[in-house]
Design a protein around this ligand. Structure first.
Ligand SMILES: [Fe+2]
Length: 270
C-alpha cells in the first residue's frame, strides 16, 4: 500500500503506507520527492518507537548527529530537554539549521505527549510562495542577502538579555544566505524566518519592513498547513523550501515530541 492524498492544493499530503514498507524504505525515493513537492507529509498514528523513527529517517537521508543517536526530545521542560530554553524560539516561523553552512534537509516529529491546549505545528511552503510572487517583486529580491543569527531568534524569546546571554548567543556562528535560494532542481524558495537578523546593506527600517512583507506573503493560508496532533502522528517536513513553527502552548505543558533532523544535502551556491 502506498497512497498519497493531498490535503491542501499548495501544501500537505497524507501518506498511507504499510508499516513494513515505511520502515524498509520501499518507497523512500517517492517520499523524498513528495517532501519537496508537498512540503509537509503526514503519516497518521504511526506510534513509532525511537528506534523505528531513526530507522525510517535513515531511508531518506543522513540523520543529524544530535540528541540520543539522532533522536531529540522536544520539550519545554528543562528536565527533559537540555535546550528547553532555546525551544521557545520554535514558536516563531523558522527553518532549522539556518546558522549552519548547509541548512537541514528535513525535520520529522513524532507526537508522544500532546499539549492540553495549543501546540499545533504549522508549516509553510516557500517554494510556492516564491513562485506566486509578481515578477517585479522577484526582481527586487534578487541578489539580496540576509544575515542569520541565533541572536535574532533569542531576542524574540528574551527581549532584555543580560550581557552574558548576549555573549552566549554571539559565540555561535552567524551566516549570510541569499534571501532567494535558487536550487539545482530549478525551483526557488524564500530563505527567511526568525533567524533572519537583517538584510545586508539595508537600513534597519527597510530591512524590517521587507522581512515583514515577505513573511506575511509566505505565511498566507494558501501556503500553510496546520497540523492538529493526535498521539502517534508522524509529520515529516521539508526544510529547503519551507518554514515551520509551533503554535503557542503552555511552558508548563508535558508536550513531548521525538524529533530527527536530516543533514542538508544541497549547499547554497547563489
Ligand atoms: Fe524547528
Amino acid at each position: 500500500m502506498f497512497e498519497v492524498i493531498d490535503i491542501q492544493p499548495k501544501i500537505g499530503s497524507e501518506v498511507r503506507i504499510s508499516r513494513e514498507d515505511f520502515l524498509a524504505g520501499t518507497h523512500a525515493k517517492e517520499i523524498e520527492q513528495l517532501l519537496v513537492d508537498r512540503s509537509a507529509l503526514l503519516f497518521r498514528e504511526m506510534h513509532l518507537t525511537g528506534a523505528e523513527q531513526r530507522q525510517f529517517a535513515r531511508t531518506i537521508g543522513t540523520v543529524t548527529d544530535q540528541g540520543d543517536d539522532g533522536l531529540s526530545m522536544i520539550s519545554m521542560n528543562p528536565e527533559v530537554s537540555s535546550v528547553a530554553g532555546y525551544t521557545r524560539g520554535a514558536f516563531y516561523w523558522h527553518i532549522d539549521g539556518a546558522n549552519d553552512p548547509i541548512p537541514a534537509k528535513a525535520t520529522m516529529l513524532s507526537a508522544v505527549v500532546l499539549a492540553e491546549e495549543g501546540g499545533d505545528t504549522l508549516i509553510c511552503n516557500t517554494y510556492a510562495a516564491y513562485a506566486d510572487l509578481p515578477d517585479e517583486e522577484k526582481a527586487k529580491l534578487e541578489g539580496l542577502r540576509v544575515r542569520h543569527a541565533l541572536e535574532a531568534t533569542q531576542r524574540l524569546v528574551t527581549p532584555q538579555p543580560t550581557v552574558a546571554e548576549l555573549n552566549q548567543w554571539r559565540s555561535r556562528p552567524s551566516r549570510s544566505h541569499p534571501l532567494v535560494w535558487h536550487h539545482k532542481s530549478g525551483h526557488s524558495s524564500l530563505l527567511i524566518g526568525a533567524t533572519g537578523y537583517y538584510v545586508e546593506g539595508m537600513s534597519r527600517e527597510d530591512s524590517d519592513m521587507l522581512f515583514t512583507r515577505i513573511q506575511e506573503w509566505a505565511t498566507q493560508d494558501d501556503y500553510v498547513y496546520r497540523h492538529k496532533w493526535t498521539v502517534g502522528d508522524f509529520l515529516l517536513f521539508d526544510n529547503t523550501g519551507g518554514m515551520h513553527r509551533a503554535d503557542w502552548y503552555s511552558l508548563d505543558s508535558d508536550r513531548l515530541m521525538h524529533r530527527c533532523t536530516l543533514d542538508g544535502e544541497e549547499p547554497i551556491t547563489n
